[in-house]
Ligand binder design. Sequence first.
Ligand code: F6R
Length: 246
Amino acid sequence: MIATRLHPDKQSAAQAVAREIAELIELRSKSGKSTVLGLATGSTPLPLYAELVRLRREQGLSFRSVVTFNLDEYEGLGPTHPQSYRRFMEENLFRHLDIPATSIHIPDGLSRDAAKDCADYEAAIRAAGGIDLQILGIGRTGHVGFNEPPSPADCRTRRVHLDEVTRRDNSVFFGEPGQVPHGALTMGVATILEARRIALLAFGEAKADIVARAIKETPSAACPATWLQAHPACTFHLDAAAAKKL
Ligand code: F6R
């Protein structure tokens, strides 16, 4: 079952999830363990990343024991491309923290052998001990990561085609829709469901319909976020506008 937590605004939601991350890092590092975080890009996690950067800067929270795996990357975009997710993560999070460069993982948008690289990505997650906490946003198509409909519950990290709705939504970052890549590499639904804990963030009225569908619809490939209902520890962190249709 999906738990929902209503926050007065996205800053409060960001603070709550950042606190959860900080507590997890502190608890695990006390016993010498690393903390494996699954990370998302897009507009939604920006206040969360700003809060983590603040905790690093103002409270000295160390991320040295953190290992990260990002959900996805656009196909064809290299690490320095201004719209690549690698660059997004560098600018909004990584360059402000002390995570060792070798602990950061993002699918390679320039991969020449996607099948092998995606299998290696899965293996790297397993080798790191699995994801302790996965951060998610949600797309208006019902995608999590870039698992567009139809995405079955057992799909793994792979190459996918982006839905036209998603390409249009994401064109705000690219200037014009034609510039948005048609493909991406994404962690699969099964990969996401293996995370020990999941925190999905959704803010604003534009997400109200899809949040309600994800929580209320019978799980199916037609709305991949519905697969989260099967997860034992998944919380949706919402503002009032995103929770409006619940
Ligand atoms: C991003 C990702 C996507 C986004 C979703 C919402 O890494 O995997 O699922 O979380 O498209 O995007 P925003 O937050 O821009 O509305």
